[in-house]
Write a protein of this length. Sequence first.
Length: 200
Amino acid sequence: MVPSVTAIDVDAASLDRAWEQTAGRDIDYVLDDFLSHPFEPASFDLVVSVAALHHMDMAAALGRMRALLRPGGVLAVVGLARSAHPADLPFALAGAVGARLHGLRKTEHACSAPTVWPPPTTFAQARRVARRALPGVRYRRRLVWRYSLVWAKPRQPCAAGDAVPAGSTSSAAPIAPPRSPSSAVSSAGGSALLNRWACR
């Protein structure tokens, strides 16, 4: 059972729609920018980002998410990227078929949130940025132009000058972030962060 949930977004209409879909649930909605909102550092046990990372500077956003995690916390991301290499072709073809089938079943809805398509990063670029920001991150390529990241923050930070082991992060201050479009925060056992974009 999640004890508390806080959702944050810079788009008021997106927050209104989320509120309508979660009526009756104990969720605190905040109209603000995820990257600059004054959350306490290391205050979340889970950070989840769904189809939002390509709206932001990826390195800055991952740095912000990493900083918001408590030691032992988990970051999970479903991101969007674009194909750029021959090896991407099978995924692109399968993704196109999947998107077509999904579109036939999906009920269209008006979306006030800005869209970013195609995504600014390729899959190879997204993988490199993620591995630099989150050493030891588990990256997986998905269909429909998506990839996933799963990373656990080390319970003990490295001492100054120590090498950063696989699966850990350095204690360097996060990159000063630009303005983000959308995000949300949830909490499980302590607290967690969810970052979701309604459209592409």
